[in-house]
Write a new protein. Structure first.
Length: 264
């Protein structure tokens, strides 16, 4: 390489790098900004690695974050320190009983306070003061299930800004499907039902329910009565995110249900 003389030091360095076939950033790809949508891959804490459920995600905005612990949804306030750190103040969260409760608990415990940021191409890692990490990738989220032709399993009842898990004795019993021809059918938790369902934009309205006539007591009966009242209350606003359906009535009561499988 030729010796560069009689040039200012900064210009000489730039020319030297160019002469050696290098770029000022070493040819590295531009690292991703922390703001964006991230799929959570794993947590490391206390010498353990916990692998994330498919639905675990984190959407980081300029002053707010929202996401899914794997089953329960959450929000948080965030304060960014450029691209090197963020401070998290947890906000609201749902309170459903979930299959992978250990992961949910650890994710919620780690995603709070000041977290430093390590970035790589298509990856982001948040690190706590004790060295625990939340590892994420920028892969796109799984496609949401469609409202129709999906079997929905009711996992919680909502109202007054809170969500209550379906009692364990009734878990998995309340399920329903809205067919593409506008017919709805399923189980209210004890009795089978059928009805007409009219989807109009962001709302779905169930017509009068036709049901079997078994006497239903205990938790299954309580769930059945709540669903019967909800389905008969008029237009319900529907929303699907991460394969979770939320139906909400005008009075704030509603349900959440997980997309199980496509209906035949």
């Amino acid at each position: 390489m030729r010796t560069l003389r009689n040039l200012p030091a900064g210009l000489a360095l730039v020319l030297a790098l160019a002469a050696c076939g290098q770029s000022g950033d070493g040819g590295a790809r531009r690292l991703p900004e922390p703001v964006g949508s991230w799929a959570v891959e794993s947590l490391t804490t206390g010498g353990r690695t916990l692998h994330a459920p498919d639905a675990a995600r984190l959407d980081i905005g300029r002053d707010e974050a929202k996401g899914n612990y794997g089953c329960n949804g959450f929000t948080a306030a965030v304060v960014l320190e450029g691209t090197s750190a963020l401070t998290v103040t947890p906000g609201a969260t749902t309170a459903m009983a979930c299959a992978d409760q250990a992961f949910e608990t650890e994710f919620a415990r780690l995603f709070t306070g000041r977290l430093t940021i390590d970035r790589g191409p298509d990856r982001l890692t948040l690190k706590t003061a004790d060295g625990s990490t939340i590892a994420m990738t920028s892969k796109p989220p799984a496609a949401d299930a469609p409202l129709t032709a999906t079997e929905w399993s009711v996992d919680s009842l909502t109202g007054g800004g809170t969500a209550s898990s379906v009692p364990a004795e009734a878990a998995g019993a309340a399920r329903f499907t809205i067919a593409t021809d506008g017919s709805a059918s399923g189980s209210l938790g004890c009795n089978r039902f059928s009805a007409k369902a009219t989807v109009a934009g962001p709302t779905v309205t169930f017509g009068p329910l036709t049901t079997t006539r078994m006497a239903c007591e205990g938790p299954a009966g309580e769930v059945e009565r709540a669903l019967t009242e909800l389905f008969g209350s008029g237009p319900l606003t529907w929303k699907i995110q991460d394969r979770i359906l939320t139906l909400t009535a005008a009075d704030g009561k509603g349900l959440t249900a997980a997309g199980a499988s496509a209906a035949e």
